[in-house]
Ligand binder design. Structure first.
Ligand code: SF4
Length: 328
C-alpha cells in the first residue's frame, strides 16, 4: 500500500488505473488487500442471490447475452414475467440458504408503466419485508419510475457499463453509452444505490478495462456495488468463440477496482464457475467481497450452492481435523 492508496478519489486518469492493473501481480494484490482491510471486514463475503424474473426476448443486441432476441441461434426458453408471490418465496428460500441480497433481472430494454412494473414493485416490497437487500435490473428507466422503486424500498439498481466507452460499440449498438449514463444518473437522483460494473474477456484491451474503471471511479459518490464479470461464452451469441480469460486477469481487475473504489462492494459475478477454489480465494484476497450464490446467474451456469458452501467453509477458521499433520 502506498500513502495514496485508500484515498477516495474521483480524478483517476486512465493511465494511472492501467498502471495499477499492470503492476507485478503480488504487489497489486497486496496493495488491494491493504485497501480492502482498511474499509471492509476481510472475513465477510456477502452472499447475493440472482433470479431472472423475465427471461429472453430482449430487444437489445448485447453480443455476450443469450437473452437477446437478435441472437436467434441461442437455445433459450423465453419466459413471461414471474408471479410476485413465487419470486418472494424464492427470496425467502435464498435467505434461508444465507443470502443477504436478492437481485432480480428482467430482460427488458426499458421499464414500461403498467401491470408488469406494478408486479416488480410488489416483488421489491416483498423482498424488503424479508429484511433482505433488494436489487433489480430492468433496463432504462424514467425519473418517476425510479421514484416508485425508491418508495418501494429498493436498495440498489443494477445497470452495467459493460466496458469502456471506446470498445462499447463493438458489443452493443442498440443503446448508447450515454443512454446508460443517463439511466445511472436517474437512479442516483432517486436516492437508490448504484450497482454498476462490467465484463472482461470480450476482446477488449487492458486500456479498455482501465477506461471502464475510470468512468466508474469518476462517479461521485462511487457506485456502492461493482460487479466484475468474466465472459461466459454462450453458443449462438456473437462471442461464443471467445477464449475464456486467464483467471489471473479477473484477479487483476478485482484488485484494481478495489484500489480505485475503496468503499464499493466488489462482486465476483459471472465466470466464477470456471475458477477453481484457489483462484476464487485470490479474488477475495484482492478485494472482492461478495459472490452470487445459486446454480445459475440469470441464464449462465454458476458455481453450485454446495461448492459455495465449501468455498466459504475453506476461508473460515481451520477445522480441528485439518490440524493433526502440522505437529512435528
Ligand atoms: S444484457 Fe440485458 S439488455 Fe443486453 S440483451 Fe441481455 S437482457 Fe437485454
Amino acid at each position: 500500500m502506498t500513502t495514496q492508496d485508500g484515498m477516495i478519489r474521483h480524478d483517476w486518469s486512465v493511465g494511472e488505473i492501467a498502471a495499477l492493473y499492470e503492476l507485478p501481480l503480488l504487489e497489486l494484490v497486496g496493495r488491494a488487500n491493504a485497501v480492502h482491510r482498511q474499509f471492509h471486514d476481510p472475513n465477510h463475503v456477502q452472499k447475493a442471490s440472482l433470479l431472472s424474473i423475465k427471461t429472453g426476448g430482449c430487444p437489445e443486441n448485447c453480443a455476450y447475452c443469450p437473452q437477446s432476441a437478435h441472437h436467434r441461434e441461442v437455445d433459450l426458453t423465453r419466459d413471461m414475467l414471474m408471479d410476485p408471490q413465487t419470486v418472494i418465496a424464492m427470496a425467502a428460500t435464498a435467505k434461508a440458504a444465507g443470502a443477504e441480497r436478492f437481485c432480480m433481472g428482467a430482460a427488458w430494454r426499458q421499464v414500461r408503466d403498467g401491470k408488469e412494473f406494478d408486479a416488480v414493485i410488489d416483488m421489491v416490497e416483498g423482498v424488503r419485508r424479508l429484511d433482505m437487500e433488494a436489487c433489480v435490473t430492468l433496463g432504462m428507466l424514467k425519473p418517476h419510475q425510479a421514484e416508485r422503486l425508491a418508495q418501494a424500498g429498493l436498495t440498489a439498481y443494477n445497470h452495467n457499463l459493460d466496458t469502456s466507452p471506446e470498445f462499447y460499440s463493438r458489443i452493443i449498438t442498440t443503446r448508447t453509452y450515454q443512454d446508460r449514463l443517463e439511466t445511472l444518473s436517474t437512479v442516483r437522483a432517486a436516492g437508490i444505490e448504484l450497482c454498476c460494473g462490467g465484463i472482461i474477456g470480450m476482446g477488449e484491451s487492458v486500456r479498455d478495462r482501465a477506461a471502464m474503471l475510470h468512468v466508474l471511479a469518476g462517479f461521485a459518490p462511487h457506485p456502492e456495488s461493482v460487479p466484475i464479470n468474466a465472459l461466459v461464452p454462450v453458443e449462438g451469441t456473437p462471442l461464443a468463440r471467445r477464449p475464456r480469460i486467464d483467471p489471473l486477469e479477473l484477479v487483476r481487475m478485482v484488485a484494481t477496482a478495489r484500489i480505485v473504489m475503496p468503499h464499493a462492494t466488489v462482486r465476483l459475478s459471472a465466470g466464477r464457475s470456471s475458477l477453481n477454489r484457489e483462484a476464487q480465494i485470490l479474488c477475495l484476497m484482492a478485494g472482492a467481497n461478495s459472490i452470487f450464490y445459486g446454480d445459475t446467474l440469470l441464464t449462465t451456469p454458476n458455481a453450485g450452492i454446495g461448492e459455495d458452501a465449501e468455498l466459504l467453509a475453506a476461508i473460515g477458521p481451520l477445522q480441528p481435523q485439518h490440524t493433526s499433520a502440522s505437529a512435528a
